[in-house]
Every structure is written in C-alpha cells, then in structure tokens.
Design a protein around this ligand. Structure first.
Ligand code: GLV
Length: 361
C-alpha cells in the first residue's frame, strides 16, 4: 500500500537513506527546539469549520510573483538533492513541473541551474542565492541564473555563519565523493574543504560565505539584476521593513528549518506580525514545519501568499525520485483541498484569518 501522508514518507526515507544523509536533511541546530516548534506550533492553531456552504466547485490556483501556479505550495530550496536520489534536482524539477508549481533551486545543488531549468520544462524556477565573499562570483551566479531562465532570486540572509548542527559534526558530514556542487565548478568551490573534525558544510560556509553582507549589499544585488528578489530568513517585522526599503519584492518568513539559530520562534508564530507589517507592499511566504494540508491552510490564513516545502520533498525524492516528489505534492494538495472545503472556502482568495479561531494572528 502506498504511503498515506508526509509523516510516513519521512519514516520510510529514514529507513532508506544513509544515516549521514538523513541526519543532514532532518537535523537542526543546537537542541533542535526550533526544529520541533516549527512543526508543533501548527498543532496549537485551531481551524474553524464552516458548514452549509456550496463547496462543490473549488480551485487551489494562486499567483506568486505574477506567475500562475496550480496551488500555493512551492518547492523550497534544499541543498545536495543528489544524496537523496541519483536524479536529484532534475527529478524534483520534473515533479514540480508535473505539479504545476515553482521549484526554488539551491545554489548548493548537485545539478547545475541550467540543467534544472531545462528539466522544469518551462515551469518557473527561482534561484536561491548564497552570497560568496568573492563578489564577482556572486554576481556571476546571479547572471547565470537569469540567463538560464530563472524568474526570481531568493536571497538567503540567515546564514552569515552556519548554525551549530551537532548531527553533522558528529557524522563529520561530507558530500559523497561522486557528487559536486555543479554551480560552483568553474570557481573551484564545488567540494567541501578538508575538515576532518567538523561538518564539511560548516567549514565550507564559514570559509566562503560573505558574513559582511548587509542591507547595503541588498541594494547592490537589486541594482545588478532585473529579477525580483525575495529575502528569505526574516523573523521579525523590523527586518521585513528593512528588506522592503532595500528593494526586496517579497519576504520568506523562515528560520532555515530550525537549522541556524536554535530557540527562535516557530515561523507560523511570527508570520501574522510580519504579514501585518508588510501589508500589500510585497508578498510574504513562509516555510518550516509544514506537513499537512491543514498546516498550509493555517499559513495562508495567517498571511502567507504561499508556503515552501523543504524536507518532505527530499523524503519523496529518496523513496521514488520524481514520482515520490509528485506524490508528496499531491498528498498536500488533496489535504489542502479537503481542509478548504470543510472550512467553507472555494478559492485561495477566500482564505483569510477567519479560517482559524482567534488567539493567534
Ligand atoms: C544548506 O543550505 C543547509 O541549510 O544545510
């Protein structure tokens, strides 16, 4: 019998993947308090069912950064998908295409951005950008993403240094030797540096990423590209306002899946405040802890334009490549559809904060 929900995918992926790869994907920083909170916070929010509404016709379609998607569920950027499946990011891109949604490709992918865009076959791909100390390299990545056909940049701003991820330190996390970070091949940064007593990724980030990148550099980034820039890793209204002042077209409320600073709040708990501060000025997205269609509905109700799904995509990829990712997306789509119908909503535009009981948001 096929897997019924995203929890079952995670359990099956844990069985199948090498422990080091599973730990890298699943783990968080420190005591993993935020990692758990991201998920559990959704359980505390209660949906308000509405009855005797004609819900016989329903649509989940949405518009994100001007692009039509079949549902407000996007593929979050996650690194090194080749560890989950040989076809890695290509399988994910094909599944995102089949699901009618956006894939956000990571700078740290195991296929190149050109290959990923090609696999997406005309469906939108956004490029997640890490900023390297080598400013010319950063600029080259931006230009490459645009030339490849990406339609937005997603700038990750919460990783000037890497969070303390003890699973990876314990495992001395390394990329399997057959994999490289293909976007970085020409620059010579396609492998982790020698770090026998540490997570190789931690050594990579702490050596190469630009920890001096500030709002001024966001101005610079926006000046060198025509692509809209979403700023990912915002956890308070003050930073959301700064991001908009410095040219961002949108915000991704994110704590990097609990992988950076432990004991920060769950993303869903700060979303309402940030959405209220941003208002109609820009689009607000959220990621972290979403496992159910009911979670998606809650995020939309509390102000998200769409949600980003990270780890469950990797579980689908590990279990059955493209088909697994597609099935994960379909499960979430079906659950969202049922939840909307039972809350009396027939379209995404009809979802608002009345869908949840007050007390949050
Ligand atoms: C990479 O972006 C990570 O968070 O592991």
């Amino acid at each position: 019998m096929s897997l019924l929900n995203l929890h079952e995918y995670e359990i099956a992926a844990r069985e199948k993947l090498p422990a080091t790869a599973f730990d890298y994907y699943a783990g968080g920083a420190g005591d993993e308090i935020t990692l758990m909170d991201n998920h559990h916070a959704y359980d505390q929010i209660k949906l308000k069912p509405r009855v005797m509404v004609d819900v016989s016709k329903r649509s989940l379609s949405a518009v994100v950064l001007g692009q039509q998607v079949s549902m407000p569920i996007l593929v979050a950027p996650t690194a090194f998908q080749g560890m989950a499946h040989d076809e890695g990011e290509l399988a994910t891109a094909r599944a995102a295409h089949a699901a009618g949604t956006v894939m956000i490709a990571s700078t740290l992918s195991t296929f190149s951005i050109e290959e990923i865009v090609q696999a997406a076959a005309g469906s939108p791909v956004w490029f997640q950008l890490y900023t390297y100390k080598d400013r010319e390299l950063t600029k080259a990545l931006v230009n490459r993403a645009a030339a490849a056909g990406c339609s937005a940049l997603v700038l990750t701003v919460d990783a000037p240094v890497q969070g303390k991820r003890e699973r990876d330190i314990r495992n001395r996390f390394q990329l399997p030797p057959h994999l490289t970070m293909k976007n970085l091949l020409g620059a010579g940064f396609e492998k982790f540096p020698h770090a026998p007593d540490n997570s190789g990724l931690s050594a990579y980030i702490n050596t190469l990423f630009d920890s001096s990148f500030t709002w001024k550099e966001l101005d610079w980034l926006c000046s060198i590209t025509r692509l809209p820039v979403l700023v990912k890793g915002i956890m308070c209204a003050e930073d959301a306002a700064l991001a908009l002042q410095h040219g961002a077209s949108g915000i991704v409320v994110s704590n990097h899946g609990g992988r950076q600073l432990d004991t920060v709040p769950a993303t869903i708990d700060v979303l309402p405040e940030i959405a209220a501060a941003v208002g109609e000025k820009a689009e607000v997205y959220v990621d972290g802890g979403i496992h159910r269609g009911t979670d998606v509905l809650k995020a939309l109700a509390l102000g998200a334009k769409a949600v980003l799904i990270g780890r469950p995509i990797l579980w689908g990829l590990a279990i059955d490549g493209e088909n697994g990712v597609k099935h994960v997306m379909d499960l979430l789509r079906d659950e969202l559809d049922i939840a909307m119908a039972l809350c009396g909503c027939t379209s995404i535009e009809a979802v608002n904060k009345n869908v949840v009981f007050s007390g949050r948001g």
